[in-house]
Design a protein. Sequence first.
Length: 105
Amino acid sequence: MARKGGGLEFLSGLFIGGMLGAVIGLLLAPQSGQETRAQLVERGIELKDELQERAAALQEKVPAIVEEQRARVQEAYEKGKAAAAKRRQEILGALEAESTPGETS
C-alpha cells in the first residue's frame, strides 16, 4: 500500500522537534543569556543545514518515484483497456450466439 504522509512531513516534524528540544534544553541550562543565544544560533544553523541536505536527497528521489508511479498507472490503464476489449468481444459473441439460433439457414 502507498505511504501516507511522506518525507516532507517527516522532515518538518524532525525540524520542529529538534528546534523545540534545543530551545527547551538551552533555556533550562545554567548559563548566561548571551551563551544561550549563541548556542541557539549555532543549533539553528546546524538544523538548517541538515534540513537542506535531507531536502536535497528527497529531491533526488522524487523523479524516480514519479516515474515509477507513472509506469504503474500506464500498466493499469493497459490492463483495463485489454480487459474492456475482451469483455466487449465476449458480449458481442453472446449477442451473436443469441441471434443465430433464431435464424434459419
